[in-house]
Write a protein that binds this ligand. Structure first.
Ligand SMILES: [Zn+2]
Ligand SMILES: [Zn+2]
Length: 311
């Protein structure tokens, strides 16, 4: 973690370093870069929108329901294929300590799948921490009271799970119970900062304010729609919308050319069926198309190249 220096001592050290460098005799200066920065694994286990035929999970072209495993023990969302998302990639449910729920649409929040996870963890472990809207927690508690540690979330809630420092952000995504607020997550880690932004169209102003001056090392976007012109644009993104947001976030300093831009929540019917064609839509823009089970590595972008004095 970076330790903040008081401004005065920061300036003093910076000026001192500048003076020392100026005093050095003219010698060859070489730019060196450190080895790869430490990283945290972000594994997208299910990357599909709700139009995939989940009876055929595992077949080519069938993406699982949205779920992402962070740092090996924090799962985001457990919907229709939630339990299978773990077992098909040999992730033992016992490895999970916490479950974060973005919203209670069935492809993100399926109580039967969550109960399968609780059952498979066994009774000897500390209860699974479940962080979700009060409405989702009430649904779970009615069926399985006392089986998990309930942590209600509203937009703006800040909490820690393991090495993750999480802020719940409001998302533009309407639910059947309009009193429930869909959430995105701003996840700060010792290795970099991740914005997990699905489901939802655009970024709400309140979310932008909660992100504040933080620089995002990775953004996982709701990319349900490939091409513009779809009516779902009022609650899911298309690629043009993501392009506009990346540009605005870059202008305001929250993102830059090193920010890893990941497309997730891919609709079967709103993306090309040909995997290479779909991949090209992402790679042409310098973005990453998420795939089930494929790990990503969240790491802080390298700082400016460090000049080193050579003998
Ligand atoms: Zn969804
Ligand atoms: Zn949804």
């Amino acid at each position: 973690m970076k330790t903040a220096l008081p401004r005065r001592s920061f300036l003093t050290r910076t000026l001192a370093a500048g003076t020392a460098a100026a005093a050095l005799p003219a010698r060859r200066v070489r730019a060196v870069t450190a080895g790869p920065a430490p990283s945290i694994t972000v594994r997208t286990l299910g990357t599909g929108a709700a139009d995939h035929d989940w009876k055929r999970i595992g077949e080519p072209g069938v993406r699982g329901s949205a779920a992402t495993l962070i740092d090996g023990h924090v799962l985001i969302d457990c919907g229709t294929t939630g339990y299978t998302n773990l077992t098909r990639f040999d992730i033992p449910p016992r490895a999970l300590t916490d479950l974060l729920i973005t919203h209670s649409h069935g492809d993100h929040f399926a109580p039967d799948q969550i109960f399968n996870v609780l059952e498979a963890r066994g009774p000897d472990l500390p209860p699974l921490g479940i962080w979700a809207s009060p409405q989702a927690l009430a649904t779970l508690a009615r069926a399985q009271p006392g089986r998990f540690a309930a942590h209600p979330l509203v937009a703006g809630t800040v909490f820690d799970v393991g090495r993750l420092h999480v802020t719940a952000l409001p998302a533009n995504h309407l639910l059947p119970d309009p009193s429930e607020q869909a959430l995105h997550f701003l996840i700060e880690t010792p290795c970099g900062t991740l914005l997990y932004a699905l489901d939802g169209a655009w970024l709400l102003k309140q979310a932008r304010l909660l992100i504040g001056k933080r620089r995002l090392d990775m953004i996982i976007w709701d990319a349900t729609v490939a091409h513009s012109g779809d009516f779902r644009a009022f609650e899911h993104n298309d690629l043009a919308m993501i392009g506009l947001m990346m540009a605005s976030l870059t202008t305001t300093g929250a993102a830059d050319s090193r920010t890893v831009c990941v497309l997730d929540h891919i609709a079967r019917t709103l993306w090309p069926a040909d995997p290479q064609e779909a991949e090209k839509l992402a790679s042409d823009r310098g973005w990453t198309l998420a795939a089930d089970g494929v790990p990503l590595h969240l790491r802080r972008a390298p700082q400016q190249r460090v000049p080193a004095v050579m003998p």
